[in-house]
Design a protein around this ligand. Sequence first.
Ligand SMILES: NC(=O)c1ccc[n+]([C@@H]2O[C@H](COP(=O)([O-])OP(=O)(O)OC[C@H]3O[C@@H](n4cnc5c(N)ncnc54)[C@H](O)[C@@H]3O)[C@@H](O)[C@H]2O)c1
Ligand SMILES: [Zn+2]
Length: 343
Amino acid sequence: MNRVELSAKSGSTGILMGDSFSHLSEQVGRKRLVIITDSNVGKLYRNRLEGYDSIEIGVGERVKTLSTVKTIYERLVEMKVDRSYFIVGMGGGLVTDIAGFSASTFMRGIMFGFIPTTLLAQVDASLGGKNGVNFQGFKNMIGTIKQPEFCLIDFSFLETLSTKQILSGMAEMIKCGAISDKGLFEYIEGNHKDMISLDKSRLEKAVESTIRVKMNFVERDELEGGERMKLNFGHTVGHAIEKVTGIPHGYAVSIGMVAAARLSKTKGLLASGQLDRLEMLLRDIGLPTKIRADYKELIEAISMDKKSAGDSINMVLLSKIGSAAILKIPKEELRETVKEVCV
Ligand SMILES: NC(=O)c1ccc[n+]([C@@H]2O[C@H](COP(=O)([O-])OP(=O)(O)OC[C@H]3O[C@@H](n4cnc5c(N)ncnc54)[C@H](O)[C@@H]3O)[C@@H](O)[C@H]2O)c1
Ligand SMILES: [Zn+2]
């Protein structure tokens, strides 16, 4: 096990890389704890949850609402949870987002930590302190920024994921390499087959590098005033695709990255060899680079995004593998790019 500390203004997180669920009690000390999980994880890992008080929520983006949060508050009141308790979110990004938001707001905030159980949550969603729910069709519209006390990364949870879920997480890993760590990108180029078959040492190395990229951005710019925005590479178009078609987050981000990288090339920022490398890696892994969708619907969804206002939009582009830049893009130009990734 390898512990690294993420330090930000709202708090710091002990990231326990390659730890075991069985060490959970050491993280919460004398505090009593309630585990929030979802019905899939609850069923798959019933044996691990035995003996713990737990709250189970449903699955899928549709339950990521204030109404689910209200149900959690009600259960916490019923269980007489007070500030001497610890809340642990154990599940994918949906669970960590809802659990983190509920814990940050219940009784003005009680301590919480995460046990992310999807690759996507281990490398991305559980880290950085942003937690929230969707509202009126807008993704993550209501939320808080507060760092969890710990994030326990137990790789054994990944064994029950489908390949699709693994690939979804790998898209975020490639993103981190593309925007700021050429070494990580190259490592994935050379080792993706072993990573997909969950070769522990290779996966662990890449997960750790990805986490370090995310940590770096969060530590420098927790509130996303500038640099942290680069983590949104592929997400402007990606979120729209996710919303319109319902494909998994990482799949949508994969296509979004291709769109953003193509635009980077059109703007004269990215050499065509570098664009080809990104597209080839995504394709080799089995991630999509195009989507069967009506581009007008995607443009409409982008315009509805909470980060989009006026005639132009801030987008993260690539200048080379390992380096990103934020540029204001007229919506008209984005339209052409979106058209290109639609079939
Ligand atoms: N807060 C952030 O910074 C941040 C960053 C990225 C994504 N997110 C959020 O994360 C969510 C997506 O995360 P996700 O992809 O983990 O989705 P998810 O939590 O919906 O999990 C996907 C599916 O995998 C199941 N699952 C979880 N762990 C499993 C396991 N070990 N074995 C088998 N099945 C398992 C879940 O029950 C679910 O059906 C989105 O809501 C997104 O907005 C948040
Ligand atoms: Zn993402």
